[in-house]
Design a protein around this ligand. Structure first.
Ligand SMILES: [Zn+2]
Length: 213
């Protein structure tokens, strides 16, 4: 089978500065990893250096990275991570789950707010709706409870709710109580019964009617 020449002979990125490499989403090593979280064309897209900084500020994340790098068993690792421990690897101090970046649970600079929140807010730009947000984020990042946070964000957003079509149900309208016995009579649907040569019609009346007899 012919192999893909391009994938085995990637263009070098040596002509780019470190800043340019980071902005384009390449690492500085020989192996090229596209690690940029380019959430559309948003100017607020998260950069690799932001993830690295947030990772540095998240002690649990550091502990998991260290365990994965050493190949230690997932003893003492929080459950959401221990469940996917076999899928985790580390590159440049960033934890990956398969080909998705595991987002740290910390700020990436003082006052920036949690980077997970920032990722969700960025994907929420333009109010794309819950399905689109989940699809967009699931293809790039992972962290425990991500789906629930996306759902809560959309459910708490008025523009998203207004633009989301919902199944409309007619309101329940109670019937008016009868004023005298046998006022309301009607056959039960499909209640015409037959047994041998005898046939009869089943009738219903409201509980109020029976009570007033
Ligand atoms: Zn919204």
């Amino acid at each position: 089978m012919p192999c893909d020449y391009g994938s085995r002979h990637p263009n070098t990125i040596q002509h780019l500065t470190a800043e340019e490499q980071d902005n384009l989403g390449f690492d500085m090593g020989k192996t090229i990893y596209v690690r940029r979280i380019a959430l559309g064309d948003s100017p607020d897209a998260i950069k690799v250096r932001d993830v690295v900084q947030a990772a540095h500020n998240d002690r649990t994340y550091q502990r998991i990275c260290s365990a994965v790098k050493k190949g230690s068993p997932p003893k003492g690792i929080p459950a959401p991570f221990s469940k996917v421990y076999g899928e985790l690897c580390v590159t440049d101090n960033i934890l990956l789950k398969g080909d998705k970046i595991v987002m740290p649970d910390a700020e990436f600079f003082p006052g920036s707010g949690n980077i997970r929140r920032h990722v969700i807010d960025t994907a929420h730009d333009g109010h794309p709706g819950i399905s689109s947000m989940k699809r967009r984020l699931r293809s790039r990042v992972w962290f425990p409870g991500m789906d629930q946070e996306i759902t809560a964000t959309v459910e708490g957003c008025l523009p998203c709710q207004v633009s989301t079509p919902k199944i409309q149900r007619d309101p329940l309208v109670p019937s008016t109580p009868p004023e005298e016995p046998w006022q309301n009579l009607g056959p039960t649907i499909g209640a015409q019964l037959q047994m041998g040569n005898i046939s009869w019609l089943s009738l219903t009346c409201s509980p109020n009617t029976l009570k007033s007899q």
